[in-house]
Structure formats: C-alpha cells, structure tokens
Design a protein around this ligand. Structure first.
Ligand code: CO
Length: 216
C-alpha cells in the first residue's frame, strides 16, 4: 500500500472504530470525555512495537502514558517530571510502572560507544547506568545476555529515579500510594515480566540519601 493510501486509511479505520465502540457502549465517548481516573502511570519506550494499552489489556482512560527513548526518568527532564507530578498529585495513580523491553534500540545504541550527535546527552544517562553496574555487566560474556541484562538494570535504575522524587515519597508516606514497579516486555514472546522490585525496601534505601519528605 502506498503511504498516502495508508495515511488516509487511518481516518477510515478511526470512523469504523468509533462505530464499533458506540455499538458496544453508546456512552463510551461521552463518559470518557468527562472523566479521567487511571490507576496506572506507565513510563515506557517510544518503540512502535511496544504499545502500553495493548500489552496491558487496558481500555482508554485506564492508564496515563509517557514514552521516550529507552523509558528514561531523567532528573532535569521537565517533561517526565511534569507527568509524574500530575499523575501523583492530580490523578492519584496507585502504581507507577517503568516498562523496558528487550531488543531496545536506545539501550543498544548506548552500548556502542560512538558519537550520535544530539542523542549523546540522552544516551549518556544509559551509559551512566552501565558504569554504575559495570562489574555485574562485564562478567557476562554473551553479548545478547549482557544487552538483555542492561535492559533490566536500566528499568531498575529508572524505578529508583522515580522513587527519588518528592511527589512519590510524600504521597506514599501520607496516602500509601503510588507504588513503583519495574517491568520488561519480551518482544519475541509478547510477554510482560515483572522484575519484582521490592518497592518498600528501595524507598527506605533511597531515603537515606534522597529523603525529600521534610521541609516546605
Ligand atoms: Co526501546
């Protein structure tokens, strides 16, 4: 199919989808237009093969989504910090999920030391994760296994970055949510894997150095 045709097809398919949704539930759009009450904030990779709602089996309105290259939570990125702030303080999400995926191009690029122009500062954050866990990673001789392990370790480090925020620390201690979870999506099998990060343990550990619950 020519790109012009497939572009036009998007609108044709959209109208079909609207009809289908209305057939299932005549109030579907009316209801959604007035309420947003998701329990989950999903932070994932921009990769076109990893679609939050689809892999989680959730409908529109059920998950607040942020995606960027390699699902990063960068300390001075106003975009992600605003998303976390809004999700915690206004949407009152119960879980913040960092979802990485195997075969991640961003992680792969970070593992190959070369100049990638404007991508350098972004990939630097992943290279810093590698350096932090250099000892564990360097003993893995199989390139693919080391690559997969960095995907998992990066999810873990981004979970810690979420736990370092004042919003998450204060909200959890006051209200008991949100909890932070780390997942990896296996592209080859379509399976979601829970890395089972011990949120309470990590929160306590993080607060030793990054406690932001006092003051103001
Ligand atoms: Co990716």
């Amino acid at each position: 199919m020519q790109i012009e045709d497939s572009y036009q097809k998007i609108f044709i398919d959209n109208r079909k989808w609207v009809e289908q949704k209305k057939k299932e539930n005549p109030d579907f759009f009316h209801h959604l237009a007035h309420v947003q009450n998701p329990d989950y904030l999903y932070i994932g990779c921009s990769d076109s093969r990893v679609h939050a709602n689809e892999i989680m089996g959730l409908e529109p309105g059920e998950v607040f989504v942020h995606r960027n290259i390699a699902n990063m939570v960068v300390n001075n990125d106003l975009n992600i910090l605003s998303v976390i702030n809004y999700a915690v303080e206004h949407l009152n999400v119960k879980y913040i999920i960092i979802c990485g995926h195997y075969n991640c191009g961003g992680i792969k690029a970070a593992m190959e030391p070369r100049d990638l122009g404007i991508l350098n500062p972004w990939l630097r954050n992943i290279r810093d994760v590698y350096r932090l866990h250099e000892q564990e990673l360097d003993v893995i001789t199989d390139d693919n296994k080391r690559y997969n392990r960095l995907v998992e370790i990066n999810v873990y480090e981004q979970c810690l970055n979420v736990i370092k925020t004042a919003e998450v620390q204060k909200s959890y201690l006051e209200k008991g949510y949100p909890r932070v979870a780390g997942w990896v999506y296996d592209l080859n099998e379509g399976v979601l894997i829970d890395l089972k990060i011990d949120f309470k343990k990590e929160l306590n550990r993080i607060r030793k150095i990054y406690d932001l619950t006092k003051g103001e």
